[in-house]
Design a protein around this ligand. Sequence first.
Ligand code: C5P
Length: 312
Amino acid sequence: MRVLCPAKVNLHLRVGPRRADGFHPLMSWMATVGFFDKLEFERTRGADQAPGADDLTLRCDRPDLPVDQDNLVLKAARALRDARSRRLEGSAGGAGGWTVRLEKRIPVGAGLGGGSSDAARTLIALNRLWQLGLSLNQLHAVAQTLGSDVPFFLHEPSAICTGRGEHVRPIAPPRPRWIVLIFPPYGLSTPAVYREFDRMKLGDAGAIEAEPNWPDWASADSEQLLPRLVNDLEPAAFAVQPDLGILRARIEQHLGRIVRMSGSGSSLFTMYDDATAASRGAGEVQGAFPGAASHAVELCPTLADDLAANAG
Ligand code: C5P
């Protein structure tokens, strides 16, 4: 089974002051983008051949990435296996041996949710392959134990996420359907950016309570929408990595167009109403800032993979 795992951008991200549990309350408009990791699930041993040995081996085409139990794909599989054995009261046989191949394209430490997307798509794929029959709500409950961004990917392509990110309300995709993604040559650590956010005493409780009129925002074109978009983590990220703040300002000036950071960085983006303008924008950024990789990609793409093919 071949599965596409799209990256996300936080089109709009408001962040409140740190909660007692260490997380920060959010209000974010998240949308998937046409930049993908790929997962391939292959059964390598039947469930009947080795009772109880429903093991799963992860292989990744990037040798620098850990494929041990810390990888979110394996964490997702383990969490689902636990949910499964609870459901079957431990009495049924194993799910067999499986190999998962991960083609990693989404940069790490980029604020694009690559690991979270891999985890969410693993939950959906294994729910099918292991024939668990868990509902979307049950998968959601598992997803939120894996990370704040994981639940969103069960409800893609466009949603408002609140709480620490786990309350997900799907909304219409934005009218501008093209985005230029810019990957600086360095990543940022999410906990480090949030620590800096606290140190700078940022976070306004009011900012996450007053929600915009989302249908109005979703129907705006890129020139109307871009000036409304905010990312409250930018000052903290630019304090951690000053080069990123400088790069954002220079690209913005070069394009004459608003450029935002996604999540806790380090990736940057701007939006366009059509594919031609986006390709031109990506080319301009690539020519003027060759140290950063620029890609024109679709916002909220249709995921043409084996999960879609088997839907319904
Ligand atoms: O939930 P996740 O494991 O992805 O979060 C990674 C880190 O990001 C947390 O340990 C925390 O430092 C920070 N975070 C936060 N508030 C959120 C989401 C993440 O402080 N709403």
